[in-house]
Design a protein around this ligand. Structure first.
Ligand SMILES: *[C@@H]1O[C@H](CO)[C@@H](O)[C@H](O)[C@H]1NC(C)=O
Ligand SMILES: *[C@@H]1O[C@H](CO)[C@@H](O)[C@H](O)[C@H]1NC(C)=O
Length: 222
């Protein structure tokens, strides 16, 4: 009943309320219009993310794809959609990427703490290169706690590759400032950036006011 995929009334209500508020558009023209409007109001940039809409039912009587084909298809869909999103962004805007959007194989690799597989690596690089060539920045979204350490690792490797101009970042990681460990994480990432010689791109997510504050003051961050 509470799953919008199975409940048309809920789906309609969500579409009318949340979706139309937070979705920049359902196609390229709508997105371009929304971004132009936002900039008219006085905002200087936009962060565009691709919202994945999963099909509600599988077509009948079709040969089931092998898991390998399915994984490749998930990655290629994610790649195409991310490139399309970057194409809609203008110089100075951001495209937000969610690694788990690349499918269950990506999710498993994140959970296992492994490196992204060859096709996923190639896809991520194609998105970053495309964005860089257009002056668009790439924001790697924060995700579930258990995946975040590996997401950070992948993000730092990308930053080392793309953030090579001092003081200018193409790839940004997300840092949730309300987490108690965040000052240490940020310090260690800054140190890693310094020693590997790249610029750290930081999106600091605001404090969650419902969370109790850390009892010991965090170390100073320079
Ligand atoms: C949401 O509403 C728009 C029209 O306002 C419609 O084109 C679209 O298909 C709807 N999406 C869903 C998921 O119901
Ligand atoms: C993740 O780890 C499990 C258990 O060690 C292993 O079976 C699986 O193949 C790994 N998956 C990937 C994508 O590396």
């Amino acid at each position: 009943m509470f799953n919008p995929d199975h409940n048309p009334i809920l789906r309609y209500a969500l579409n009318k309320s949340l979706y139309e508020q937070f979705c920049a558009g359902q196609d390229a023209d709508e997105v371009a219009e929304t971004v132009a409007r936002v900039k008219d109001i006085g905002f200087t940039g936009a962060i565009l993310g691709y919202a994945r809409e999963t099909p509600t039912e599988m077509p009948q009587n079709r040969i089931q794809p092998t898991p390998e084909d399915k994984a490749d298809k998930d990655i290629s869909d994610w790649l195409e959609n991310s490139l399309e999103t970057a194409r809609l962004a203008r110089a100075g805007d951001f495209v937000a990427l969610k690694f788990t959007g690349a499918g269950s194989l990506a999710h498993e690799q994140l959970r296992n703490g492994s490196l992204p597989g060859p096709y996923l690596t190639e896809s991520i690089n194609r998105i970053c290169q495309f964005a860089r060539d257009r002056g668009v920045r790439v924001l790697i979204d924060g995700e579930h706690d258990e995946l975040q350490t590996t997401i950070d690792k992948w993000t730092l490797d990308l930053a080392a590759r793309y953030n090579t101009i001092a003081g200018k970042a193409i790839v940004f990681g997300t840092y949730q400032s309300y987490k108690k460990t965040m000052p240490e994480v940020l310090v260690s990432h800054l140190e890693e950036a310094r020693s590997r010689g790249f610029t750290l791109g930081v999106k600091l997510v605001r404090a969650n006011l419902t969370q109790t504050p850390a009892t010991t003051p965090p170390p100073p961050v320079s």
